[in-house]
Design a binder for this molecule. Structure first.
Ligand SMILES: Nc1ncnc2c1ncn2[C@@H]1O[C@H](COP(=O)(O)OP(=O)(O)OP(=O)(O)O)[C@@H](O)[C@H]1O
Ligand SMILES: [Mg+2]
Length: 436
């Protein structure tokens, strides 16, 4: 009797596998994410040939020149251009502009090097229409293919300098029994492409879709495999898009690229402070902060709404701010600045879909909330930054000089934060009428 095919259960979130089905993944603790997949058939174990070990001093390696993608904001996020033979995963929600960005880059690269687009999602004709809209993509080579073996063979044969796989979730290999997009297929595809890229000197962009919680779809194992993970953010209904590095083996993370989506493609925004850093004078509930995104200081408008509520657990909803940080700021405002927020919903929004993850912006967020709660506008030309401690004391934000410089550049006349000792003092200085 034929042996039934072996089945393993693999978590779609973190890739943990188990012999039996489990309601809760032991790896990441998510419920209902373990899906059955057939176990890939493994060939005979290879016999290790005897090879001498090397000492690092004997290894010859020269740093090869980076490839400019022709998109300055993308180069910046990559750490100064694309490293040859590296593998970069680009994640983002549907429609955010991943294909547009990478086709733009391929077009620029193809002027000097061979650039290949492997499309598994769109037909060649669809890509042609986009290329016609963007312009400058005539020399990009294109392959519409979803079978992994064919793609790998093509890369080995043609050895383009740069290749874009749009998307890694559409690739599938016959050897793996499961459906395209499943954890084992995606992992196999990424692993094989990684090997082929390194061996043939092909720098590869993998496009990956994003799950509801914002991580690159399915296996986080992908993020460990690749050299660089870029996240493309911003909602479809908004013209501005933010590109950031989540992981980078060749440069700093937290570097930020800002784009505007236009009819002719994505246009880089070299001075985002100009767009995001303005409030409409005299508006209640709006404040400007200077956040540090990577090496770049960025002026950001923060808006807040404080509304009375009958809910036993009032809402604290933030877009672009960490919920825990927001809860802490609201608590400190209630306790140490005397704001009655206990029976109010608090909403906070950061301009342009930017996400703030550094504590230096605390004071800006607190100022917007205080302004909304008091119904008093922030003074004209004020920006605020500084970290708020649980005791209501302020800690200076890092790299104050760079932030102050950016504020000066954009005509901010008063910076609140570096001088003030406590949250109360800072609010007093920034709000037109803050009664102690
Ligand atoms: N003619 C146009 N003029 C202006 N903007 C357009 C035009 N056509 C498409 N867009 C923009 O491009 C976006 C789609 O970009 P793109 O296809 O690159 O996204 P994607 O991230 O690759 O999406 P998917 O995940 O579906 O592949 C749309 O949301 C839209 O904003
Ligand atoms: Mg696409």
């Amino acid at each position: 009797m034929a042996k039934p095919a072996a089945v393993q259960h693999v978590c779609t979130e973190c890739g943990t596998s188990s012999g039996r089905w489990l309601g809760r993944c032991p790896g990441c603790g998510e419920f209902g994410t373990m899906l059955a997949e057939s176990v890939p058939v493994r060939g005979a174990k290879p016999v290790a040939e005897r090879r001498p070990l090397l000492r690092l001093v004997d290894v010859v390696a020269e740093e090869s020149e980076r490839i400019s993608t022709g998109v300055p904001e993308l180069d910046r996020v990559l750490g100064g251009g694309l490293v040859p033979a590296s593998v970069v995963l680009v994640g983002g929600e549907p429609g955010v502009g991943k294909s547009t960005l990478l086709l733009n880059a391929l077009g620029a690269i193809s002027r000097e090097r061979r650039a290949l687009l492997v499309t598994g999602e769109e037909s060649v004709a669809q890509v042609k229409l986009r290329a016609a809209r963007l312009g400058g993509c005539d020399d990009v080579e294109i392959l519409a293919e979803t079978e992994l073996d064919v793609v790998c063979e093509m890369l080995e044969r043609e050895r383009p300098a740069v290749c874009v796989i749009d998307s890694v979730q559409t690739l599938w290999s016959q050897e793996i029994g499961s459906a395209p997009g499943s954890v084992s297929q995606v992992r196999e595809a990424a692993g094989r492409l990684l090997r082929v890229s390194k061996e043939n000197g092909v720098a590869t962009f993998l496009v990956g879709h994003v799950t509801k919680d914002g991580s690159v779809a399915g296996p986080r194992v992908l993020e460990h495999l690749v050299d660089c993970v870029l996240q493309f953010e911003g909602d479809r209904y908004h013209a501005h898009r933010i590109l950031r590095a989540v992981k980078n083996r060749f440069g700093s993370t937290n570097e930020l690229g800002v784009f505007e989506m236009t009819g002719t493609g994505l246009v880089g925004v070299p001075d985002p402070s100009e767009i995001f850093g303005h409030t409409h004078g005299g508006e209640v509930g709006a404040a400007v902060t200077c956040a540090l995104e990577g090496t770049r200081p960025l002026l950001l408008e923060i808006q807040s709404l404080v509304a009375p509520t009958d809910l036993a657990m009032p809402r604290r909803v933030g877009t672009g701010v960490d919920p825990k940080r927001l809860a802490m700021i609201v608590a400190v405002l209630s306790r140490h600045a005397g704001l009655p927020l206990g029976a109010a919903d608090v909403f906070v929004n950061v301009a342009g879909g930017v996400r703030i993850d550094e504590p230096g912006a605390d004071l800006g967020i607190a100022l917007a909330i205080a302004s909304a709660a008091k119904g008093v506008p922030v003074r004209e030309g004020v920006a605020a930054y500084g970290e708020i401690g649980l005791t209501g004391r302020l800690r200076p934000a890092t790299q104050t000089d760079r932030r102050a410089e950016e504020c000066r550049k954009f005509g901010i006349s008063l910076v609140v934060g570096p001088e003030a000792e406590t949250l109360r003092q800072a609010l007093g200085a920034a709000l037109a009428d803050f009664a102690d």
